[in-house]
Design a protein. Structure first.
Lengths: 294, 335
């Protein structure tokens, strides 16, 4: 086995890992809200991101719209897309056993994945924007410009959602409904509507992620399979519903992927990521930042 | 009720199925073999997923262990698959016991259990893809020896078909037999209310580990059968999330925790998907998985207990109604 521990490679791997971690945090914020806070399980979350990536891709490559302006389309679209899927499939079985939700959303993910395969073929689609080759050099380390923007986007999105949940009325309604639906109803909160709002928001953040990712990422029918699993891993690592933890969880997995890829041969870095996930689930299921409840 | 009736039913239906090769062309015989492979795997998953209620999304791991064990041993040491089968059983039993011990000792359940099992089967894909001795990402082609019982290989589909019928009849008899045993009652108790089961003295962790081992070993046997039929194993064709989900779709649509459910699901869905693939596969790739997705969503929305579950409930309601009618009429006479 050829291990590579040279300094520049490793420092580049760390910087790339932090950037990738920001990206992972960005795509996981939505799941933190809908799974972490609202306890709705959506195994199709990765496929929602795939939809957003395709939407951003077509807006940029066919509509010749600046990728960062497509946010104005992708975010509202994904909001209503999420609400539509929620109303049609998840909301009727919200009170059924957890496993039924898993199976149902797995079904939704199969549908979305294979519809994309039928409509857009299995080809990996990426678009060259004027940001794509924008690199920032710091010493021997290179940071990709669009990735830095996605990183900043992840921070801003996390802060915005945190502020929304803590201080605004709808945000409080979301937390109240998650904590105790019947008490929330008695306090005059329209709980089903709040669930809808939370799910829509969780999906809308993926619209943002799709637009921020398309300058340096790609769209393909199976892009959501791995990223969807990453989302669940990041949310578990961060601690269910902990937004700041979600960011830290993203960084851990981002670093695991890039440092792992620099050190381990082939695609074995993935195994590293899964191993971290399983160890966390076994030994620290409450996540990195959350204190253990006794 | 005659206690032997369910066993007799299984054997008689199995015997009747053996007449199929007289009527089917080779294309439909291929589909029939696929039905048997997936029915067997779904029955195996049903033990941990249906009876114990632990929805593993990673049983492809054990199927892959079985398939790769025979393929590797045949390829490297020219070892007969019958010995390979023994190795496959031992390896999968070890893996399932170890994973079950870790996962259930830490009381991972529901979504967490599902996620861990996905992570494990996906990790297996990447591990196997990076081991050149196992053929790497390209997988392994197995040597064809013609009609040979020693190599567990047959010319044409009929040999595999009869082997498949034997396997499915075996797993149905096994499930039916265990249904009347303490072990399965423990599993059902765990599924329905784990805390109550624990309070009543069921060692729930031990019961779940046993179920995981039983399910894993049988999935490995299914994997051996799969490898022998296709004479090819690849990381994504026997390991990974897609295969694992495919295994459980049949059980869920057919009816979780019922003896016949997984078989009914496979009998309905496999031909449907194979014919869809044959008709539309070239112009619309993915059409059969789209179909599976749709069936899964509709099942969960309108028939969460699956076909056999629904039939069982209708049957119970009908029986219930007829008994209450009897009671009513007797009560009427007395007063």
């Amino acid at each position: 086995m050829n291990l590579n521990f040279s300094g520049p490679v490793l420092s580049q791997a760390v910087i790339s890992g932090v950037m990738l971690g920001g990206l992972f945090a960005l795509i996981s914020i939505g799941l933190t809200l809908i799974w972490g806070v609202m306890k709705i399980i959506n195994f199709a979350q990765g496929e929602f991101l795939m939809v957003a990536l395709y939407l951003a891709f077509f807006l940029v490559s066919w509509g010749h719209i600046d990728p960062y302006i497509t946010i104005l389309v992708t975010v509202p679209f994904m909001f209503f897309f999420g609400i539509g899927i929620f109303r049609a499939t998840i909301s009727p079985i919200l009170k059924d056993p957890v496993m039924n939700q898993i199976m149902l959303t797995l079904g939704v993910s199969l549908i979305l994945q294979n519809l994309a395969l039928m409509l857009f073929s299995a080809n990996v689609q990426s678009v060259n924007t004027r940001y794509s080759s924008w690199n920032i050099h710091i010493g021997s380390v290179v940071i990709s410009g669009p990735q830095l923007i996605a990183f900043i986007g992840a921070i801003l999105c996390t802060l915005a959602l945190w502020y929304f949940l803590k201080t605004t009325d709808p945000g409080r309604a979301i937390r109240a409904s998650a904590q105790n639906p019947s008490a929330a109803t008695l306090m005059g909160i329209d709980v089903p509507r709040t669930y809808l709002l939370a799910f829509g928001l969780g999906s809308a953040t993926l619209g943002l992620a799709g637009s921020l990712m398309i300058p340096f990422y790609y769209a393909s029918p199976t892009v959501g399979v791995f990223l969807g699993l990453i989302m669940f891993i990041v949310v578990v690592l961060g601690g269910m519903g902990n937004l700041m933890g979600c960011f830290v969880g993203g960084l851990i997995i981002g670093l695991a992927e890039t440092v792992g890829a620099a050190v381990l041969p082939g695609s074995l870095a993935r195994v590293f990521t899964f191993a971290i996930f399983i160890l966390f689930l076994l030994f620290r299921p409450q996540g990195v930042l959350t204190k253990r409840q006794t | 009720m005659n206690l032997k009736a369910p066993y007799i039913r299984i054997v008689v239906i199995g015997a009747l199925i053996c007449l199929l090769p007289l009527f089917l062309s080779s294309f439909y015989m291929h589909i029939a073999v696929l039905v048997l492979i997936w029915a067997f795997l779904a029955c195996a998953w049903n033990i941990i997923g249906g009876y114990a209620g632990q929805h593993s999304l990673g049983n492809g791991l054990y199927m892959g262990i079985g398939a790769y064990a025979v393929a590797f041993l045949l390829d490297r040491f020219n070892m007969t698959p019958w010995l390979g089968l023994v190795v496959a059983i031992a390896l999968s039993a070890g893996a399932a016991a170890f994973i079950g011990w870790i996962v259930f000792r830490y009381a991972l359940k529901g979504a967490y259990f599902a996620l861990v099992t996905i992570a494990l089967t996906e990790a297996a894909v990447y591990v196997v893809s990076n081991i050149p001795a196992l053929g790497g990402a390209g997988g392994m082609q197995m040597e064809y020896h013609g009609n040979s019982l020693y190599y567990m290989q047959f010319a044409g589909q009929n040999g595999y078909f009869f082997m498949g019928v034997l396997l499915v009849v075996f797993i149905l008899l096994l499930t039916q037999w265990y249904r009347r045993k303490r072990f399965f009652y423990q599993l059902i108790a765990v599924r329905e209310n784990e805390d109550a089961a624990e309070a009543l003295g069921v060692d729930t962790v031990k019961a779940k580990i046993k179920a995981n081992v039983m399910s894993g070993v049988l999935c490995a046997v299914g994997g051996v059968f799969y490898a022998q039929y296709f004479l090819y194993v690849g990381p994504r064709s026997v390991f990974g999330e897609v295969v694992s989900v495919q295994i459980l779709i049949y059980a869920i649509v057919g009816g979780l925790g019922t003896t016949w459910g997984p078989v009914v699901g496979a009998v309905l869905l496999v031909p449907l998907s194979e014919i869809t693939r044959a008709q539309l596969g070239n112009s619309y790739p993915g059409s059969q998985l789209l179909l599976y997705g749709g069936v899964m969503v509709l099942t969960m929305l309108f028939m969460p207990f699956g076909i056999m579950g629904l039939a069982e409930r209708l049957h119970q309601r009908w029986q219930h109604r007829s008994t209450t009618q009897v009671v009513d009429s007797q009560g009427g006479e007395a007063s």
